[in-house]
Write a protein that binds this ligand. Structure first.
Ligand code: ADP
Length: 483
């Protein structure tokens, strides 16, 4: 079924505008998380492929790609966006099978991919420097310049969205890119190669090399000609990447995990909040760095929120990706095991509600029920560590001060939301919370092409998305001229 939908090779690497075998000729296998079947063979790239990809990107910077004007780069990104739009259903179908996410969620990701290329296409020729008043007879101005060859290491949970934001911003600034997608889901990443050719991107401006993290990924970050690394993934690998990159003093943007809170005050519009409280936790089966896994609720409305959340939770359905229920499977048996291990720590907690499995789910699929735990202490392991699964905890709080203390009690700081109609409280709490993004009376997990996104602490550093990302993908030159 998948093969009929693939119009490009999946067992090749994409270098210098061409599909080729990887040097080792070794292959890896991609599994459909919904039923455990092997759906595609991919390459196991190594340092030779990485070196060729980086060289091809360097050549493109010195010639065709590097010679384009900002407006011409923008037109290519617009074209790429159009080509993605023409293939929305096709790309969503591929992503749903590869990642296991419900089809409708995969469609949203395809729309976001197109929108990122459109947004950054439009930004290309609007990035300006400034003039600086200085001594008499001097003219001083700044220029935003590309880093050079940028390395992009991405995970399996949102391939299309992350490709859009990271390649879009980097290409807009005039860098040439080498993308190492995840060995667990990389089919839509490979599609970008074919679409880039169709759009007319110069050879070498975009290169794609699937392979293992410890081989292809590690070779990419230690390559001497890589000038910037953008990484989205786990905290553990983020630390490795930062320390490896430090050996060549290469700047990194790290978008890691989260334990993002939603704070529901006593004057909140609970019915408006309800779908956000739940969807932000179960979207993509909770495998979202910006998932909201902690729900902090004022004791004054605690029982009402618990009752409403529990009632909605018990209606949640888990099904195969193409059945398009509330949740699909998790990516792998390994991930299911990680979640299971966390649930072993839940024995002292009360599970207030859980979802249901759809009928006749394939035995070899990796299914996990969404679970809602209540009356959880903020210091509990399940309230402190990122689980990366559909598990949410409700934590009661006394007052504003207590809510802020609990919200800021983890090592993470990625996303938060505040539910209250009190304008002054909205401002106070938004200011006090340690978080890269704060939503007020909404929650934007996964959304917001235009909105700067990133965290602090264990959530990483640097910003992706929005105009802000363009600064991270460029370097500032100060020119000082004496008349
Ligand atoms: P996740 O478990 O969420 O996929 P990881 O951090 O394990 O998160 O993986 C994210 C990306 O990092 C993947 O593309 C993976 O191949 C890559 N990766 C894993 N280990 C390394 C490493 N040592 N060096 C570079 N990249 C790596």
């Amino acid at each position: 079924m998948l093969n009929e939908n693939l119009w490009y090779p999946t067992d090749k690497i994409f270098i210098n505008g061409k599909w080729k075998d990887c040097y080792s000729e070794k292959t890896l296998f991609l599994e459909n998380p919904s039923n455990g079947e092997i759906i595609a063979k991919i390459t196991d790239s190594d340092e030779r492929d990485v070196d060729e990809a980086v060289k091809s990107a360097s050549n493109a910077l010195r010639s065709s790609w590097g010679n384009l004007s900002a407006t011409e780069r923008g037109r290519l990104l617009f074209k790429l966006s159009e080509l993605v739009k023409n293939r929305l259903d096709n790309l969503a179908f591929i992503e749903a099978l590869d990642v296991g996410k419900p089809l409708e969620q995969a469609k949203n990701d395809a729309v976001a991919l197109a929108r990122y290329f459109e947004f950054y296409g439009g930004a290309c020729d609007k990035i300006m420097g400034e003039t600086i008043p200085y001594l008499k007879d001097y003219t001083v101005y700044t220029l935003r310049e590309p880093h050079g060859v940028t390395g992009h290491i991405i995970p399996w949970n949102y391939p299309m969205q992350i490709i859009g934001r990271t390649l879009g911003a980097s290409l807009a600034m005039g860098n040439a890119c080498v993308l190492k997608p995840s060995e667990e889901a990389c089919l839509t990443a490979l599609a970008i190669g074919e679409l880039a050719n169709e759009a007319g991107f110069p050879e070498g401006s975009i290169n794609i090399i699937p392979g293992l993290g410890e081989k292809a990924g590690a070779s990419l970050i230690s390559h001497p000609d890589i000038a910037h690394i953008s990484f989205t993934g786990s905290v553990e690998i983020g630390k490795t990447i930062q320390s490896e990159a430090a050996k060549n003093l290469v700047p990194v943007t790290l978008e890691l995990g989260g334990k993002s809170p939603q704070i529901v005050f006593e004057d909140a519009n609970i019915d408006k909040a309800l779908p956000f409280l739940i969807n932000a936790g179960i979207q993509n089966a909770g495998q979202t760095c910006s998932a909201s896994s902690r729900i902090l609720v004022s004791k004054k409305i605690y029982s009402e929120v618990v009752e409403k959340m529990s009632s909605s939770y018990s209606k949640l359905k888990v099904g195969q990706a193409l059945e398009d229920k509330d949740l699909g499977p998790v990516i792998s048996n390994r991930q299911k095991q990680v979640i299971q291990n966390y649930l072993n720590y839940s024995k002292d907690l009360e599970c207030f509600a859980e979802g249901h499995f759809n009928r006749d789910l394939p035995k070899k699929g990796h299914y996990v029920l969404p679970k809602l735990y209540g009356d959880v202490k903020y210091s509990h392991k399940l309230a402190q560590e990122e689980i990366f699964g559909p598990i949410q905890v409700i934590i009661p709080f006394e007052d504003e001060e207590d809510a802020i203390k609990i919200a800021n009690s983890t090592k993470y700081g990625l996303v938060a939301s505040i539910w209250t109609l009190d304008g002054a409280r909205q401002m106070r709490v938004a200011k006090a919370i340690k978080s890269g993004q704060v939503f007020i009376n909404n929650y934007g997990a996964g959304g917001g092409v235009e909105l700067p996104f990133g965290g602090s602490g264990y959530s990483g550093h640097g910003r992706e998305k929005g105009f802000e990302a363009l600064y991270g993908f460029s370097t500032l030159k100060n020119n000082c001229r004496n008349a």
